[in-house]
Design a protein around this ligand. Sequence first.
Ligand code: G3I
Length: 357
Amino acid sequence: MLGFAPAAASGEDACLVVPSDDLAKRPGLKDQAARRGLLIGTAADRDTLFASPTYRQAIRRECTLLTPENSMKWERLRPAPEVYDFTKADWLVDFAASHGLLVHGHTLVWHSQLPPWVDAWTRRDHAETAMIDHIEKMVGRYAGRLRSWDVVNEAIDPGDGRADGLRLTPWLQHLGPAYIDVAFQVAAAADPKALLVYNELGLAYDDEDGARRRGHLLDLLSRLIAKETPVHAVGIQAHLSADRPPSFEGLDQFLGEIASLGLKVMITELDVSDQTLPDDMALRDCLVAATYSAFLETVLRHSSVVSIGTWGLSDPHSWLNEFAPRADGLPPRPLPLDAAMTRKPAWLAIWDALEPS
Ligand code: G3I
């Protein structure tokens, strides 16, 4: 199999080096990460894990942190305003606990995957009561069992035209910008030991959109900290694409600015889309690996980064199969493991990036 050259290489020549050993015999990414005091995570749902012993085994081998991909979202938990169904969330937390995995809760306040009954809100107190009750019940239920929470997810969208860059969500509509402060304050009260994270997309690349998102987020975080709102970390989602130049200098500067605010950083949803790449699998794997390498080389310069989490661990379990299918119908290959849980060049790129300097 093609291996992966160090970060110095890029693009197609990144896979000219074939490792001398059998990657399958190496320890897990979690062991390599532990050498730097880092956690390695991934996202999965109860149904996926329940159905696949090989996937459960791969996650146990590679990871120290598990994020419920959908199982803790409102649409899955809240069939009605007064009804909570914790069945699948409990299963995941119990699975993690029984296999020594930490859990990162995802996500308490988001504009997507909300149940239809939120559309009935007509007054401020409808939204405020629902949000506070949700956070108190979720964070309270797992207090002491979850390491961290994505408290607020994707609250920024420069395209919505606000001067502060906030996304026009039901939360902003009903509660104003202070919903973010309230969400973190309620979460902190419900579990004072949990690491409370603001999670955001679109922060990685050196383009105008990335620069605008980073600017708005830095301003938001500065405001939150000035008001002593209990936000402890920033989640960088990092949904990347191998057809874009792997340049992350704006993110590098942003991470420095985040550190100056005293915030930790979690890479929460890392994956690298190969949707528009040529069909050649070996070439796709190389280009995907080169993006993993360049991105991690950038973020791991910063000691504020405490965890690296991919959004799924093996290709068939990626959300991109549904949301970014290839025109040629070939299965996407965005993650460290393939369908057989075999380690790919992307896995080696992560392994090499984690090598203590
Ligand atoms: O499980 C049902 C299945 O029973 C049903 O037959 C099928 C019909 O379409 O839907 C299945 O649920 C889908 C679910 O993924 C599981 O595959 C939902 O429709 C679909 O909406 C859901 O998509 C999730 C997406 O968020 C929704 O925006 C993805 O799994 C999930 O990976 C993705 O994750 C988000 C993060 O939460 C936030 N950051 C961005 C990231 C990617 O969009």
